[in-house]
Design a binder for this molecule. Structure first.
Ligand code: WTA
Length: 683
């Protein structure tokens, strides 16, 4: 990106498993490898029993979900959700016309479906949330009845302070149950939540407040992670000091977590816990249309500002309910733990909505996998007898390096399903997850999906499909996956083929639009290949029909499961006065999957120093957040450009990854610049 390019200060991303990889570790990684499935190894088969029965049931259900999605989802919607007014319509609109709607005339409430109905059905005493705080001794359990009381109080507090149906509420909170309760309280009164991951910077918060026109912010005094305190209120104050947020924000609701002293602005800031003590535990749930917005979640794309991905109520809820139940083979008494952060889509769908819609017990995990030591996950699994555990390959790789001893100290025999999300799980990590954590008995389920898909779209269903290390197998119910020729857009049939991944039919959980920019939604997802939803990933289908995601085909980096737009990184680098031009690429990284490599052309007469590298890292941390911190900053006196002025990122990726086979460089305007970059990358 050239200096003169429009500066972007916003940013975004996704997965957000509570984990900071160490840059010092080195493990073999085959992130996109196609290591063959060892069909002779019985451990690769799940222990869920009744395999053939489930397989037959899946095949006939899948066939009807693809042949007649409208009827398939309509029947489930009536069976699995509670409606004030049952819908008479199922699917209307289509991908080609970018106007998909589901159950349009139905009326329901998301919070009621997550909580109240379970209480009305006599299950109010069941544990809804297990809170596992930063310290392992800090555990609190909340029954469905207790959740309803707290959520209703928060909802009443919001109403009595001016929050109305349709208002956007920005939530910047630590991973305590109150983040989930606040989301549900928004849903209860028809407000639209916009959760911003608590690792984002003040600039990123201000951008999201401004872009969504949000007048209300939820935060807490601070957060706790890995024994450290994070100053959330201070970051929110700094965000709201920026004009674009200041003009909007009317009220900031502050919850207590760390009990530290914080700045307080009279008339704007409110102590939530004080207000809640006098609120009623009863708050009627608002009657919402199925297509009313439920939430916005910002995510990075290849260009421009992060997109406010908008999910609506009825379709999203049904998809969250159905995928949670089927992807994890959820049983009524299961203890379920997804250790993502609620600030990402995984937390929305698979900590909050999906498990609660199913009346399950969901864990809210505040800490990191390394605190107080590398046995934290395993200790937690043993203490709560967790049956379903869901994490990201980057966390598995970070824990593998401590060897088998830490998990072997714990009883992990409760585990039945081991989920993985965020990137393809490389075979070495898959083997360890399967053999050491699952003891060869639990089923590893590789779930492929995106913020925009609302829920899983491709996976090996436990008890149905044999897992293959590194492959997400194929489409789940209602998902007709296609591999397209990237140039012609033609469907590539058959096996042993490669192209870009697309979905050929609408499904209820798909995002409906980008907030305030339907055109961008169309041009990003629906117009590149008319009639298909384009995921932005490459994929191949192997000789037995299994899908292998080969990674993003756009300029998005997937680092530690975080989705980071290179355009956002470049804009924060060129905002530094000594950087004239910047190009950012991902490269293979042992722990993170992809590392962030930044090539910077400095202003005339400036030389790269360690101090400048520090400054540039700081620039990224403050415009995006610490999770986007560059792994490499490489001085680039010139960037490899084609004669038409296009940066050859393919070459930059190879140089950063230490790959000496750079391929054809003859089309470059100045091939000599490559040698300099190779030398500088070693520095
Ligand atoms: C990648 C996260 C391979 C992919 C839920 C996708 C995966 C992007 C997998 C979405 C997986 C996610 N195998 N790649 N199992 N899961 N991805 O929006 O590139 O944060 O497009 O959603 O992550 O990231 P997002």
């Amino acid at each position: 990106m050239l200096k003169c390019a429009a500066l972007l200060t916003a940013t975004c991303l996704v997965e957000g498993f509570a984990f900071t990889p160490s840059p010092t570790v080195s493990l073999p990684i085959l992130a996109h490898s196609s290591k063959p499935f060892r069909a002779d190894n019985p451990r690769r088969l799940g222990n869920l029993g009744l395999l053939s029965t489930k397989k037959t049931a899946f095949e006939s259900d899948y066939a009807s979900s693809i042949d007649n999605p409208s009827d398939y989802w309509f029947n489930l919607a009536k069976e699995k959700l509670d409606w004030y007014t049952q819908p008479t319509k199922s699917l209307t609109g289509g991908l080609a016309t970018a106007d998909v709607k589901w159950f349009e005339d139905g009326k329901l409430n998301a919070c009621y479906n997550c909580i109240d109905r379970h209480i009305e059905n006599g299950r109010g005493g069941k544990t809804a949330i297990i809170f596992e705080g930063d310290e392992p001794s800090d555990v609190t359990k909340y029954s469905y009845t207790e959740v309803l009381a707290r959520v209703s109080k928060i909802a009443n507090m919001m109403k009595s302070n001016g929050v109305k149906k349709g208002d956007v509420v920005t939530i910047y909170m630590p991973m305590t149950p109150d983040i989930i309760f606040s989301m549900l309280a928004c849903a209860r009164i028809g407000a639209v939540h916009s959760v911003v991951f608590a690792g984002f910077s003040e600039d990123a918060i201000a951008d999201r407040i401004a872009a969504s026109g949000s007048k209300f912010v939820f935060t807490s005094d601070g957060g706790l992670r890995g024994g450290r305190t994070i100053k959330l209120k201070q970051t929110v104050d700094n965000a709201i000091a920026k004009d674009r947020a200041k003009v909007l924000v009317e009220k900031v609701f502050v919850f207590k977590r760390t009990n530290e002293d914080v700045n307080f602005v009279d008339g704007r800031d409110l102590w939530a816990d004080d207000l809640l003590s006098s609120q009623s535990t009863e708050c009627p749930a608002e009657v919402m249309g199925a297509e009313d917005p439920l939430f916005i979640l910002y995510t990075s794309g290849s260009t421009g500002q992060p997109k406010g991905i908008l999910h609506t109520t009825g379709g999203y809820l049904l998809y969250a309910q159905h995928t949670t139940a089927t992807s994890f083979d959820l049983q009524p008494d299961d203890i379920y733990a997804c250790v993502a952060d609620a600030g990402w889509i995984t937390g929305h769908t698979y900590i909050c909505y999906g498990p609660l819609l199913n009346g399950a017990t969901s864990t809210v995990f505040e800490s990191t996998p390394l605190y107080p030591d590398e046995g934290r996950y395993w200790d937690m699994i043993q203490r709560h007898k967790i049956n379903i555990f869901y994490t990201a390959p980057t966390a598995i790789r970070s824990l593998m390096r401590f060897g088998d001893e830490p998990p072997k100290k714990y009883d992990l025999s409760s585990l039945r399903v081991l989920g993985s999300v965020g990137e393809p799980i490389n075979p070495a990590a898959w083997d360890w997850y399967n053999d050491v954590i699952g003891g060869g008995k639990a089923t590893v389920v590789d779930t492929y999906w995106q913020t925009e898909t609302g829920g899983h779209v491709a996976l090996n269903l436990p008890g149905v499909h044999e897992p293959k290390a590194g492959s997400c197998r194929g489409g789940t119910y209602g998902i007709d996956l296609a591999i397209l020729d990237p140039k012609s857009g033609e469907v590539i049939e058959g096996n042993d083929v490669e192209g870009v991944l697309a979905i050929s039919k609408p499904w209820p959980g798909m995002a409906r639009t980008c907030l305030g920019d339907h055109e961008r939604y169309k041009t990003t997802y629906l117009q590149p290949y008319p009639g298909f939803y384009f995921a932005g990933d490459g994929a191949r289908r192997d000789s037995s029909g299994y899908i292998w995601v080969t990674g993003r085909v756009d300029d998005v980096i997937n680092s530690s499961g975080h989705r980071i737009g290179t355009a956002e990184l470049e804009s924060s680098l060129v905002s530094h006065p000594l950087v004239a031009q910047a190009a950012v690429v991902g490269y293979p990284h042992d722990i993170k999957g992809e590392g962030v490599a930044c090539y910077c052309t400095l202003t005339k007469g400036t030389a790269m120093t360690d101090d400048l590298r520090k400054d540039l890292k700081q620039a990224v941390r403050s415009s995006i957040g610490p999770f986007a911190t560059p792994d490499m900053i490489i001085e680039a006196p010139a960037l490899p450009m084609t004669r038409s002025g296009k940066i050859m990122r393919r070459i930059l990726r190879k140089i950063a990854g230490g790959d000496t086979e750079l391929g054809d460089t003859s089309t470059l305007a100045d091939p000599t610049c490559v040698g300099v970059l190779v030398e500088n990358a070693k520095a």
